[in-house]
Write a new protein. Structure first.
Length: 151
């Protein structure tokens, strides 16, 4: 290889041109836009499924809390969440323990179930959890059994 050939190789290894960099950035931006719109269309589905799991879990929690602590525990439903309350026998009133907001869903409940120390439940409940993606019903039997159904 002569001196002229070697110097021409070194000059072409200088890096990317401005045009190549701009095109690469445009391709990356396009991929990001497509991925974000695709992700946003799935968000309601995952919010709904997450809310159903949380309500199911919290109903089980309330039942076992009533059994282990020997006190009544109630789940009080609102349009966007629920509150766990424990009954204070001395004051004859419900005391709030925790409150949870479930974003992106609407909750409709026909009752606020009360779990007793024996593991049973009064104020049987049918809870509808819905959003733009779909709708689920969570039903609670007198035995404390919880059933989830997609509507």
């Amino acid at each position: 290889m002569g001196k002229g050939q070697l110097s021409s190789v070194k000059k072409s290894e200088g890096g990317f041109s401005l045009m190549e960099t701009v095109i690469a950035l445009l391709v990356v931006a396009l991929i990001a836009v497509v991925a974000s719109t695709s992700f946003l269309s799935y968000a309601p589905k995952y919010r709904l499924l997450s809310a159903v799991r949380k309500v199911h879990s919290r109903l089980n929690y309330a039942r076992y809390k009533a059994i282990f602590e020997g006190k009544k525990v109630r789940l009080k439903f609102e349009s966007n969440g629920y509150t766990v309350e424990k009954y204070d026998e001395d004051r004859k009133e419900w005391k709030r323990e925790t409150r949870s907001i479930l974003e992106g869903v609407t909750i409709q409940a026909n009752n606020n179930p009360v779990f007793h120390p024996q593991g049973t439940v009064s104020n049987l409940a049918s809870i509808i959890i819905s959003n733009s993606w779909g709708k689920y019903r969570v039903t609670l039997a007198i035995s404390g059994r919880i059933k989830v159904t997609q509507l």
